[in-house]
Design a protein around this ligand. Sequence first.
Ligand code: SF4
Length: 289
Amino acid sequence: MNIHVAEHLGLCFGVRDAIAKAEELAAQGPLTVLGELAHNPHVRERLFRVGIQEGSLSEIGHSTTSRVMVTAHGAAKKSMESWRQAGFDVLDGTCPLVRHAHRELSALVAAGCLPVIIGKHGHPEVVGLSDDHPLTVVVSSVEDLANICEHPHYGVIAQTTQPIAKVMEIVTELRRRHPLSEVTFRDTVCQPTKNRQTALAALLDTCDALVVVGGRGSNNTLELVAAGNFAGLVVHHVEHADELRSEWFVSAQEVGLTAGTSTLQQTIEEVHDRLRDIARQIQAHGVVS
Ligand code: SF4
């Protein structure tokens, strides 16, 4: 059994910097992070250990600390302003690439476009983007395009962690369905997400099984899982090394390894070590527990 590690995998700079900022702020006083800083149990445990509390974007009034931090996913400008007016010290951990998506969407709205976000309904990043622009339509699939009303000019952006191939398919279909309308698309899928998707695509032809490491609530991790499934690989999605079972790999020859953008390097290394152990043990003794 050979193990192929994706060229790009794991923690992105946006989540890494947000974790560092939260830890630095927590050292200065009590802090509540508004939502999951990363959709990953190891990251959350690490933050809880230094006393950081986790609050909710929708129930910020329940926060027991006056200092609150917006996650890398960002939040609507109007929400942040209302929290400040309510007396909270709002600290902004928004990823610069999410901020870029906010700027692009605002520019499209200012140009008179009907704002369209290709992304996951209810995801904090999508909620933050759309809350500043009440007419925004969120589209998660080609089928959702049936809900878009006629408009002379659509302004389209994407949630930063969407697969670019799916985004382009939706944009193309929007143009096909509304040939008399103008469709302006701003590609806001972030480069770390594209890198992880491209690196995974390079593995799909050579591998027969795939291990994806990341939180079960992590959108970009689930997209990596979906890409593996779509390519017909046997996909094992784990959050940590202890979940791996040797019997999963008895008939696997070429095993790919990738991880979502909120997965710590340490977790990836532990999974990689466990996979190497499993490969050695299967070669020596067959299946072991
Ligand atoms: S996935 Fe992309 S947009 Fe999201 S935090 Fe990471 S770098 Fe920023």
